[in-house]
Design a protein around this ligand. Structure first.
Ligand SMILES: [Zn+2]
Length: 534
């Protein structure tokens, strides 16, 4: 043994001795996986919002949490009914064409483009000139304005998904929500948008996105939920064929994509083609529900405050077959989070813990439709609005490698990030901020619905060291299994990672529930603005 090594071993011994002691493990991952076996069974048909499969999954959740001793906290027992309108494009009766020097070139649905029915599309034929507006973002905090100098009145705005490098992840994510993106474009008089996914940050390959483009989308019923009012046309364009939008403009898409890959500032300029589109959309009413249960706290005053734990139960249902399989089981998305929340609820019965604040377990629907169940819950909470002091959201935490690093979405935004770090460290796990901010994860799950109502939130995921072999495992998972029928029970998961994840989450929740002060946004957090007046 060399001296160097001896020193290293001694240092390790000291470090180990200095680690805080954590209690014995409560979770082993087996019960967690058993819940997923139920939730992701083919019989539940992928738990589409409004389907019998989701109703069965939620009945299972209600069964489990009432056995765990949670009290009903919905508006109808454990349930909070939610109403939606579903929209489905009829491509046979729809068309899109580019017009260049008075000649129309029909675009192919799927290969070139498709309509985004999350938007309440106009069913009138629309013809308008196209303008390329870089990332299509106006971010006053960073003096960034993709719209500067552009004439957008009556125009259709083409943009590349993403943001320039000087914009931090949270800001970038926030300004790319459909509603925030639309605000400045609407103010400038635009009538439509064509969004080109950034090839550098696409989770799902175009072929798979295009495959399910005609799946119905949903929106909450009620004008207070329409964030893209006035947007008449919304298309998503295949980056592989996007060159045709740029023909004759003096720029190429290859040039734009190369800049976008490194988050460089993009040029903005009028395109020399116009677009003609006609959408025919079928609408229907859909009903589903959130499931809400509570565990009352013990402190006479603090028990009036709730620490919310959230996870979505829904997935995308039955879709186009991939390798002969039509059922999109959603084992990890988000059977994994639903199961973890059930297990956390049960753990407080089997291993009671004194909690000063109350816990609110919120199992939402329609996350896959655009965070709609949580959006509804946050707008119409079943406990007094101001009583929810935090949200810890679990969505697809991907226990597919050993848990050495915990990725914390929202790490720097509130003191929940510090608590998450402490909780992870007490279990020997380090934390990291999102190493892939371009994926916009902070706005892509239900925590964001709480954040928009001023409630500090975090989402914890299994992390990896950038450049490590683990990174490739995650990348492969997203490419092959994310929103695919193969996110099913046949994949292998790391039960120890799932168990450790549950321990850390439980430690975090206990720490939030028992702290003297309720969670606070960091003074420099962008999201603090939503807490104003609370
Ligand atoms: Zn999903």
């Amino acid at each position: 043994m060399t001296k160097k090594l001896v020193t290293a071993v001694a240092a390790l011994a000291i470090a180990t001795a200095a680690l805080p002691q954590h209690p014995a493990r409560i979770f082993d991952g087996n019960a967690w996986w058993a819940h997923i076996k139920f939730l992701a069974d083919d019989k539940l048909e992928g738990r589409e919002t409004g389907s019998e499969g989701l109703r069965k999954a939620e009945a299972y959740v209600v069964d489990q949490i009432s056995n765990a001793g949670l009290q009903p906290a919905g508006t109808n027992g454990f349930y909070q009914p939610v109403k939606f309108v579903s929209r489905q494009i009829d491509e046979q009766k729809s068309s899109v064409a580019l017009i260049h020097e008075n000649k129309a070139e029909a675009l192919a649905f799927g290969d070139d483009t498709f309509f985004n029915t999350r938007v309440d599309l106009s069913q009138e034929e629309i013809t308008a000139p196209l303008v390329f507006a870089g990332y299509g973002l106006q971010i006053p905090e960073k003096n960034h304005d993709d719209l500067a100098g552009l004439e957008l009145k009556g125009k259709i705005v083409v943009f590349l998904v993403g943001s320039p490098e000087q914009v931090p992840a949270a800001l970038s994510a926030h300004y790319q929500t459909p509603g925030e993106r639309w605000k400045p474009l609407k103010a400038a008089g635009a009538v439509g948008v064509v969004s080109i996914p950034n090839p550098a940050s696409m989770d799902i390959p175009w072929s798979r996105i295009a495959l399910n483009r005609n799946h119905p989308s949903m929106e909450l019923v009620g004008p207070e939920f329409n964030e893209t009012a006035g947007l008449q046309l919304a298309l998503t364009f295949n980056p592989a064929t996007a060159e045709k939008l740029f023909a004759g403009s003096g720029h190429t898409f290859a040039e734009i994509a190369a800049l976008g890959k490194d988050r460089k500032t993009l040029p903005h300029f009028p395109l020399s083609v116009s677009l003609k589109a006609k959408a025919t959309v079928k609408s229907a009413s859909v009903e589903a529900a959130n499931v809400v249960g509570k565990l009352p706290g013990s402190d006479p005053k603090l028990k009036e405050e709730y620490v919310a734990l959230s996870a979505h139960v829904d997935h995308v249902g039955i879709g186009e077959p991939v390798n002969g399989d039509r059922i999109y089981n959603g084992a990890l998305d988000n059977g994994s989070g639903t199961a973890a929340l059930i297990e956390l609820a049960s753990s407080f019965k089997v291993h009671p813990e004194k909690l000063r604040r109350s816990l609110l377990f919120v199992f939402v629907c329609a996350e896959e439709k655009g965070l709609l169940g949580s959006k509804y819950f946050a707008m119409h909470p079943t406990v007094p609005t101001k009583s929810i002091v935090a949200d810890v959201n679990i969505d697809m935490f991907l226990p597919i490698v050993p848990l050495k690093i915990l990725k914390v979405q929202g790490l720097a935004e509130s003191d929940l990030g510090d608590r998450a770090r402490e909780a992870a460290q007490s279990w020997g796990v380090t934390v990291q901020a999102d190493p892939e901010p371009l994926r916009n994860s902070f706005i892509r799950s239900d925590q964001y619905s709480f954040v928009r109502h001023g409630i500090p939130a975090v989402k914890l995921d299994t992390g990896f060291e950038p450049g490590s072999p683990e990174q490739q495992i995650f990348k492969d998972w997203l490419t092959n299994r994310y929103h695919a029928p193969s996110d099913d029970l046949s994949q292998s998961v790391n039960l120890d990672t799932a168990a450790l994840y549950e321990e850390i989450t439980r430690s975090l929740v206990v720490s939030i529930a028992n702290a003297d002060a309720k969670p606070q946004w960091k003074p420099d957090s962008f999201f603090r603005r939503y807490a104003a007046g609370k």
